[in-house]
Design a protein. Sequence first.
Length: 79
Amino acid sequence: MTESIQLHLLRPGQSAVIVHVGGTSALRRRFIEMGIIKGEKILNERSAPLGDPIEFLIKGYHLALRKEEAALIEVVVNE
């Protein structure tokens, strides 16, 4: 079985599949509204010069998340 990692640990250009979405109920609801759901493919596009925020590509649109938010999402890296 492949191990899951936190979303903020993906390197630029790496893609993964979301396996768990954590956080408070309000934050989880916000993630779902943005399309961050279990089984969805997500790609790390790039990060800001100081590493925060990180830009992801999900469902055909670009999404910027802070590291602390991305740390609540677990993914399995695509080989």
